[in-house]
Design a protein around this ligand. Structure first.
Ligand code: BG6
Length: 479
């Protein structure tokens, strides 16, 4: 038995676009997430291709002629069932709960001046319900969704005008919940702007031959919006705490060949540090600037932008951690990953989707991040997806318990190493629509939701064995 530090908030996480549904009620506009199809014929080895949004797929989604289903339109009806779900969180004795605000409920087209009050009402009620139940809300302002109109009319985040639209949205919600919400995360997995350009930046994968290059401009605008949000937020309430949020693609070198170790160092600078650097050191690292130069990308960073980034860094390092990968010297075996494919690690097991399970990797990562930035950490997402079916009305998900237990143990070890860590929100509270594939068979929840990938089912909630286990952890503060 291991005691969990008293300073570590324990909770669960979801996102608006994967859970709420109710995509066209009370004035809500269409979001880019709702245009992600479910493809029942998908071969799992093609997930990374499926994740891409092309002109053709977009057109198909806009026509929505019945060829595919678009499950994020219905989510798991958190919109109507939130009270029941909050009660389940309260009964689980969680300290906190992370969710996001659908931009399209508040500004349906994104470029309006005034918010949609009917949309705000939903979050008024949800946040009140959390506060009433003594659950700390951790709010992601934008989690992989933006008004589709901002893509159609302005071209997504490559257009700097989005900074203005986004900050208007962020200001609206921060002002409205200034006495109820303390923890804010402006953007989910900010590095998705490079690795999953539709979700992260509202760019089409085939809109430009050099999409990665283009996404750097979009990412820069997102960084500026992030800093601007911190600035505005601290003026609204100086006690607000802002988190960065990066999908941490931890990779090891496959061997101790110094060439490969060096390659892995560079890989980690590129995939992890280059994002945290801007949001915590307030500037692009020399490594990033060299790389931009090498690819002739001129972000035209003005002195004003430099000042904005420098003076408005985040307070804590938020990140998701699901798995680790391997950098191969030569082309080797690859496996699926969170945002991109990675090398196989013979020491680790993987889930059905190829995600390699590595609790010790989390401790390694936490030590590295804390050493480098010396700011508190918050593990905003961690969990495992399984295809599950109720058996005699139950899900005995011992594998999830093992996964969470092993990760929490390593978090506690990292805390004992000297790392400051303020929170852990497991992904996910209940089964929700998969981000990458919009399927319902990849279940991460501690609560089972009776719904299939086509949106059929009662949507009833049934706590899994892991729910009872986590409840016990939250009460006993022991693993
Ligand atoms: C993270 C996202 O990358 O991974 C979540 O922030 C997502 O939104 C989670 O659901 C798991 O990914 P997927 O594709 O298996 O749902």
């Amino acid at each position: 038995m291991k005691k969990i530090s008293k300073d570590l908030m324990l909770g669960c996480s979801i996102s608006a676009n994967q859970a709420e549904g109710a995509f066209n009620v009370n004035g809500k506009g269409l979001s880019i997430a709702e245009l992600r199809r479910y493809n029942p014929n998908l071969d799992r080895k093609d997930i990374n291709t499926e994740r891409k949004m092309t002109k053709e797929k977009l057109q198909e989604a806009l026509n929505d002629d019945g060829k595919y289903v678009y499950p994020k339109k219905i989510g798991v009806n958190f919109y109507e069932r939130y009270k029941e779900d909050v009660k389940l969180i309260a009964d689980m004795k969680n300290d906190c709960f992370r969710t996001s605000i659908a931009w399209t409920r508040i500004f349906p087209n994104g470029d309006e001046k005034e918010p949609n009050l009917k949309g705000l009402e939903f979050y008024d009620n949800l946040i009140d319900e959390l506060v009433k139940n003594k659950i700390e809300p951790i709010i992601t302002i934008s989690h992989y969704e933006m008004p589709y109109n901002l893509v159609a009319k302005y071209g997504g985040w490559k257009n700097p005008i989005l900074i203005e639209f986004y900050t208007n949205f962020a200001k609206t919600v921060m002002e409205r919940y200034k006495n109820k919400v303390k923890y804010w995360i402006p953007f989910n997995e900010i590095n998705a702007a490079n690795y999953s350009v539709w979700a992260g930046a509202g760019l089409l994968d085939d809109e430009h031959p050099n999409i990665l290059g283009l996404s750097m401009y979009a990412l820069h605008n997102i960084f500026l919006a992030n800093a601007q949000t911190v600035k505005i937020g601290k003026e609204i309430n100086k006690n607000f705490l802002f988190g960065s949020m990066v999908a941490t693609l931890l990779n090891y070198a496959e061997s101790c060949d110094p060439q490969l170790v060096l390659k892995t160092e560079k890989d980690q600078q590129l995939k992890i540090y280059s994002f945290f650097d801007v949001m915590h050191r307030g500037e692009y690292s020399k490594f990033s600037l060299n790389l931009l130069k090498k690819f002739s990308i001129d972000l035209k960073i003005s002195n004003e932008d430099k000042k904005l980034l420098k003076e408005n860094t985040c307070d804590f390092l938020g990140f998701s951690y699901y798995m680790s990968g391997v950098v191969n010297q030569i082309e080797g075996d690859v496996t699926e990953g969170n945002l991109s494919k990675t090398g196989k690690n013979k020491f680790l097991k993987a889930n059905e989707w190829g995600w390699q399970i590595d609790p010790i990797g989390l401790r390694i990562l936490m030590n590295r991040l804390y050493d480098r930035y010396q700011k508190p950490l918050f593990i905003l997402e961690n969990g495992i997806g399984f295809d599950e079916k109720l058996e005699n009305g139950k899900i005995n998900d011992d594998y999830r318990i093992e996964y969470m237990k092993n990760h929490l143990e390593q978090i506690q070890n990292a805390i004992e190493d000297g790392v400051e860590c303020i929170g852990y929100t497991a992904w996910s509270l209940m089964d929700i629509i998969s981000h990458g594939t919009s399927e319902m068979t990849k279940r991460y929840g501690l609560i089972y939701v009776d719904q299939d990938s086509f949106g059929k089912g009662s949507q009833n909630r049934t706590p899994k064995k892991s729910y009872d286990w986590y409840k016990n952890v939250c009460i006993s503060r022991e693993i």
